[in-house]
Design a binder for this molecule. Structure first.
Ligand SMILES: Nc1ncnc2c1ncn2[C@@H]1O[C@H](COP(=O)(O)OP(=O)(O)O)[C@@H](O)[C@H]1O
Ligand SMILES: [Mg+2]
Length: 311
């Protein structure tokens, strides 16, 4: 059963004087996300990620196409759906002078919780977000990392089956991002939650997501596992060589070599097929009297695929 079934979703924004400026944020997006998945929507700034997530989360209505979430139509059954989903944004902001526990209680009340049930839920959320020691801190005094954790904790207030996370690690230090990602992974593991997240960090998508859709200028350009994406966009393998002498000008002209770059004292040759080209290159280097001190072969990382796609 699908958590999300979106077909040909279109959204255009009108802005400026008399709404004359039109921005086609989504230009026909179709997407299917199975239940229990962690699905990544990856793309550069302005690609349409937030718009897509906002439509899925019933915060915006599409101009065209259909979106079915957990079996409900996002437009006609928005009210019903909202009880079963939630969204956290890396850009969220809450009332500045409310304290952490007060903010969680505020959202609890919006879902009809009160009295002892509300107090229990707030305690649970403080624990999930590891926010206990900060419960009395006003929002404007929280660090970025704590703000993101609060935003995530708030989004769990109705124990959603499907959670949307819009750039959950935006602006976080690397070590805090790692914890945030393991937190997200545990929501699926422990609660079986389906999670759809947007990010413009390739590494994050690669680490966390079963499947990734790459979106640019309102269109999905590719989708699949990170392995699928690497194979779809054939950008070659990289052979990194430490050579003596270190610079060998003819390498970039050798058969099968697409480009060469020097970094960290190594020559990085991007080749069409490493299995085939490595023995050839080693033979050629040997016969030219170049000493090979070290060789490493690696697949391109998803970062490179991303750069290629975003071009
Ligand atoms: N409320 C809005 N009014 C006008 N244009 C908007 C609005 N929201 C988003 N856009 C435009 O739509 C495009 C997609 O935006 P967005 O979905 O926020 O992208 P992303 O989240 O991938 O950075 C951008 O060109 C953005 O400027
Ligand atoms: Mg965005």
């Amino acid at each position: 059963m699908l958590a999300i079934d979106a077909r040909d979703v279109v959204k255009t924004f009108h802005s400026g004087l008399l709404g004359r400026r039109r921005t086609a944020a989504l230009r026909g997006v179709s997407l299917a996300v199975p239940r229990g998945a962690i699905f990544g929507v990856l793309g550069p700034n302005g690609a349409g990620k937030t718009t897509l997530l906002s439509i899925f989360a019933t915060l915006l209505t599409p101009d065209g196409g259909t979106v079915t979430i957990l079996g409900h139509d996002v437009v006609r059954e928005a009210g019903l759906l909202r009880r079963r989903i939630n969204l956290a944004s890396g850009n969220a902001s809450f009332l500045w002078n409310l304290r952490v526990a007060e903010i969680l209680a505020f959202y609890g009340r919006l879902y009809g919780l009160h009295g002892a049930t509300l107090r229990r839920r707030v305690e649970q959320l403080l624990e999930v977000g590891e926010l206990g020691p900060h419960r009395r801190v006003p929002y404007n005094e929280l660090s970025t990392g704590l703000k993101q954790r609060l935003s995530l904790a708030k989004s769990l207030v109705n124990d959603p089956e499907l959670l949307f996370l819009d750039e959950p690690t935006l602006g976080l230090d690397p070590d805090i991002s790692v914890r945030m990602r393991s937190h997200i992974a545990s929501l699926r593991r422990e609660r079986g939650m389906t999670i759809v997240l947007t990010t413009h960090y390739m590494r994050e998508a690669e680490e966390l997501c079963d499947e990734i859709a790459f979106i640019k200028a309102g269109l999905i350009l590719a989708r699949g596992t990170s392995g699928d994406l690497k194979r779809q966009i054939r950008i070659g393998d990289v052979i990194a060589l430490r050579l003596d002498p270190p610079h060998v000008p003819w390498l970039s002209q050798a058969p099968g070599v697409l480009r060469c770059a020097v970094a960290d004292g190594r020559v990085h040759c991007t080749v069409d097929e490493a299995d085939k080209r490595l023995p050839e290159l080693l033979r050629a280097l040997h016969s030219e009297g170049v000493m090979v001190r070290d060789v490493q072969v690696r697949e391109p990382d998803l970062e490179q695929v991303f750069v290629e796609l975003a071009r």
